[in-house]
Design a protein around this ligand. Structure first.
Ligand SMILES: Nc1ncnc2c1ncn2[C@@H]1O[C@H](COP(=O)(O)OP(=O)(O)OP(=O)(O)O)[C@@H](O)[C@H]1O
Length: 205
């Protein structure tokens, strides 16, 4: 039997003195695309942060066969698009992509292909902070998909994207999974959830 990429059992998290996650179980096999769905405040982002090793949790969490940890070896295999991307001051859009390529080595896409696919060619020499919300989201996604990874963790990847680009992204995620990659995303977009295996999360309290 194939080893799961993610195994979470009886996960519990308290934040600010309140129960945010209780008794959460999640098993994800290699190549799956999973959409974590649920109401605002249900704890979806918190669960994603647990899987990324950014939030301590009670219970058992195993990602790629080990407890997730915010350390370089983990991030070599896991690409995260969260809700607060950090831009490098003084670097252009193109240089952000070049940096990913230089640090992580050749991945699924070359820089020129990523610029075209994510429709960022017109802003290659601009600073990310000068971009629109949707353009910045496309850059975040391009940086994540450019580099090699086995697991993509996405927090509301649809944020700011127009309908046409959402559709393209759904195709890119399907391609990533067809090539053996695994995707876990938090989403409020019914189309993304439908195209994935939906996992519903309910508020703990
Ligand atoms: N740092 C924090 N301190 C205290 N409470 C927090 C903290 N971060 C999140 N929470 C609370 O934890 C709960 C779950 O938050 P979380 O962001 O995981 O929900 P979500 O399901 O992703 O919501 P949304 O759909 O609105 O993005 C919320 O009630 C939130 O107020």
């Amino acid at each position: 039997m194939t080893q799961p990429i993610i195994e979470a059992q009886d996960v519990a998290v308290d934040l600010g003195g309140a129960a945010v996650l209780r008794g959460v179980d999640l098993t994800v096999s290699p190549g799956e695309v999973v959409a974590v769905v649920g109401a605002n405040g249900a704890g979806k982002t918190t669960l994603l942060r647990c899987l990324a090793g950014l939030q301590r949790a009670e219970g058992r969490v195993s990602v790629l066969g080990r407890p997730p940890a915010d350390e370089p070896g983990f991030w070599r295999e896991v690409a995260l698009v969260g809700d607060e991307p950090a831009w490098y001051p003084g670097l252009t859009v193109g240089e952000h992509l070049e940096l990913m390529r230089a640090v992580h080595g050749p991945g699924r896409l070359e820089v020129a292909a990523a610029l075209e696919l994510f429709e960022l060619g017109g802003c290659v020499d601009r600073s990310p902070v000068s971009l629109s919300t949707g353009q910045r989201q496309r850059l975040s996604l391009a940086m994540a998909l450019l580099r090699p990874s086995r697991l993509l963790l996405l927090d509301e990847p649809e944020r700011g994207l127009d309908a046409a680009f959402r559709q393209r992204l759904a195709g890119l995620l399907a391609d990533y999974s067809a090539a053996g990659g695994t995707v876990v995303m938090v989403t409020h977009d019914p189309a993304f959830a439908q195209a994935a295996r939906p996992v519903a999360l309910e508020a703990a309290a």
